[in-house]
Each structure stands twice: as C-alpha cells, then as structure tokens.
Design a protein around this ligand. Structure first.
Ligand SMILES: [Fe+2]
Ligand SMILES: [Fe+2]
Ligand SMILES: [Fe+2]
Length: 349
C-alpha cells in the first residue's frame, strides 16, 4: 500500500464521492438517512488526516502556499459545522435533504479544487520522500485516533505557538466527551452484530460517566455562580432524566430489535440537543463567571468518574444501593454516582 499522502487523500476523496452518490441515488428517507450516517464519520476522518498531518506540514515547508492552506482549512470548518448540524437533525426534518445537498456541493468543490490545483503544487514543492513521511503519519493517526474528533485548531506553520497551551479545564473535557458521544452514536448506528452490542455498551458507560460528572461537579457550581443558575440546571436535569428513560427502553429491547434504530435516533437527537444547550446556556457562562482555577480543579472529578465507572452493565459488589430494578443501564448510572461520590469524599478526608 502506498504511503504517499496525496495518494491517501485521493483515496479518501474517492470514498467520499462514492458515499455522496449513495445519498443522491437513495430513493427513500431511510436510505438517505443511512447514507448520511456513513458520510459523517468518513468526512470526520478525512478532515482529521488533512488538518493534523498535511496542512501543518505544508505550512511549515511551503510558506508560499500559506493562503491556500488557510482557505482549505476554513472550507473544512464549514463542512464540519454542517456535519454537526446534520448529526442533531432528524431525517424527516424539512431541511435534512437541503443541508446534506449543500454539504455535498461544498465538499465536492473543495476536493475537486484540491485535486486540480493544490495537490500538483504540493507534490512539486515537497517531493516523494516528504509526502511519504506525511502519509505514514496519516496511517498512524488512523490506527491510533480512529477518526475521533479533536477540537478545531488553525493549522500552525510548524513554529511553536506564541502562548503555551492553556491547561485543560472541565469545560474542555466535557466538550471533548460530547464529541466522543456523537462519534459513538454513529458507531452504534453503523456497526453490526457483536460490534454493535459492544459499541452500545460503550455508549451507555460514557453517558453514565459524563452525566454523573456533570451532576456532581458542574451543575452545583453553575447553580451557585450563574445568574438564574437554578433554572438553567433544572432544565438540563430534566433533559438528562428524559434521556435516561429512553436509554433504559433501548436497553430493554436490545440492539437487534426492529424498533432499536428509530429509538436510538430519538436518543441521539435529544442527547446532542441537550449537549448543545449545555454548551450554549451553561458552559459558556461558567467560563465567564467561575474562576479559571476552580474550573481546572473540577477536571479531577470527571477523571475520577472515568476511572471508577463500572465497565459492565450488571451490578457487582461495588454498590449496595444501586437501583438494579430499573434495569442494567440505569443501575450503571447509579453505581457510577455512588463510586464517584465515595471517591470525592475519600479525597476530602
Ligand atoms: Fe481537504
Ligand atoms: Fe448533561
Ligand atoms: Fe454534557
């Protein structure tokens, strides 16, 4: 297999065009929705390979192409915004097809320009050896990163950033988990057989970790510091409660049930809407109203939740109070909550 970066990116372009044709020839809403579910992760992986491996190297080695790289990166960003909106949209939304069509037109224009104008200039400027090195990095990224989304960054030109990277705070970490949750929904939707069951269990665990950490660490701080914090948090808790009920219903029917895809889609839309409400109405104001040191200190509660959350849905000996009657998924939430609570209080003693 070639490791030439341009060959690899052309292969990505080819696969993306194939998926676009799949959407265009789909003659039912369900087929269109299925095509979009395949398009979104393919585009995420492609963008990551180019944003993290190709663009920074080209900026560093071929400064004369700087303007092109920045424009290409902005085009990726436009596609990313459309993809994020599509991920939270139901297929029967009147804008679903229109938005996908705009995404397809935007990306097609972008990849055609790269192939016709940009790749030839990059090949001429970098040569074979450097393109192979970049390609090898893309392959490693694919193996290690599995296309998981990272926060958007402007491609650097290889120089050290002016400001050292600020230490991660709890908002960074929770937004990162929102992105992981979005990716896992796609994985559950597109996987089959045993892999689908495993992806669903991973999703249940991540939701338990994430919502528990928010409940124990973030919502109380928002309640205390934010103007109207009580109402903001109550609205988020109501959304979380609703999502837990849908999750329990999904678990009861199991990933092989005929109704599973529809209900999973309902859950995906409500969880992603909930996440965007948190980011818009809660996290934004936490950054404005809560001391940065306090937000950084809360990172350890999220990490504690990640570390102690049970890895399997069935209760063991770790919790005597878990509500096992509510089903394994909700019991996993309860057990995570108990374990995080114990961990925090042990830390205070
Ligand atoms: Fe691109
Ligand atoms: Fe939440
Ligand atoms: Fe959240």
């Amino acid at each position: 297999m070639s490791t030439d970066a341009i060959v690899l990116l052309r292969e990505d372009h080819k696969e993306i065009r194939r998926l676009f044709r799949e959407f265009q020839s789909a003659n039912t809403p369900a087929r269109k929705a299925a095509a979009v579910r395949r398009i979104l992760p393919a585009l995420a992986t492609y963008r990551q390979r180019e944003d993290e491996c190709m663009y920074p190297q080209v900026r560093s080695l071929l400064p004369e192409l700087d303007r092109d790289v920045l424009e290409n990166s902005e085009e990726h960003h436009v596609a990313e915004v459309l993809c994020a909106e599509l991920a939270t949209m139901k297929p029967d939304d009147e804008r679903f097809t229109a938005k996908t069509t705009v995404l397809i037109e935007t990306v097609t224009r972008h990849i055609t320009d790269e192939e016709q104008d940009w790749f030839p200039q990059v090949r001429k400027g970098l040569g074979r050896k450097q393109l192979q090195d970049i390609g090898a990095r893309m392959i490693t990224l694919r193996k290690n990163g599995s296309g998981k989304k990272k926060p958007r960054t402007t491609p650097t030109n290889g120089a050290a950033p002016k400001d050292a990277a600020p230490k991660q705070d709890v908002v960074d970490l929770l937004i990162q988990q929102h992105n992981q949750i979005r990716d896992l929904f796609l994985e559950v939707e597109t996987a089959t057989g045993k892999a689908k069951h495993q992806a669903f269990q991973q999703l249940v665990r991540l939701l338990a970790v994430h919502e528990t950490a928010e409940e124990q660490a973030v919502h109380p701080v928002a309640r205390l510091h934010l103007d109207g914090g009580g109402a903001i948090v109550d609205a988020r808790l109501a959304e979380e409660h609703q999502a837990k009920q849908t999750l329990a219903a999904l678990e009861e029917m199991g990933p092989d049930a005929p109704e599973f895809p529809r209900l999973l889609d309902d859950l995906r839309v409500s969880v992603l809407e909930h996440a965007s409400h948190e980011e818009a109405y809660e996290f934004r104001y936490l950054r404005r109203d809560v001391p940065a040191a306090e937000l950084r200190a809360l990172v350890k509660v999220v990490k504690a939740a990640e570390a102690v959350a049970p890895t399997h849905p069935h209760p063991g000996i770790e919790s005597a109070t878990a509500n096992t009657l509510a089903g394994p998924a909700l019991s996993l939430f309860d057990r995570t909550k108990d374990l995080v609570h114990n961990t925090i209080h042990r830390g205070k003693r």
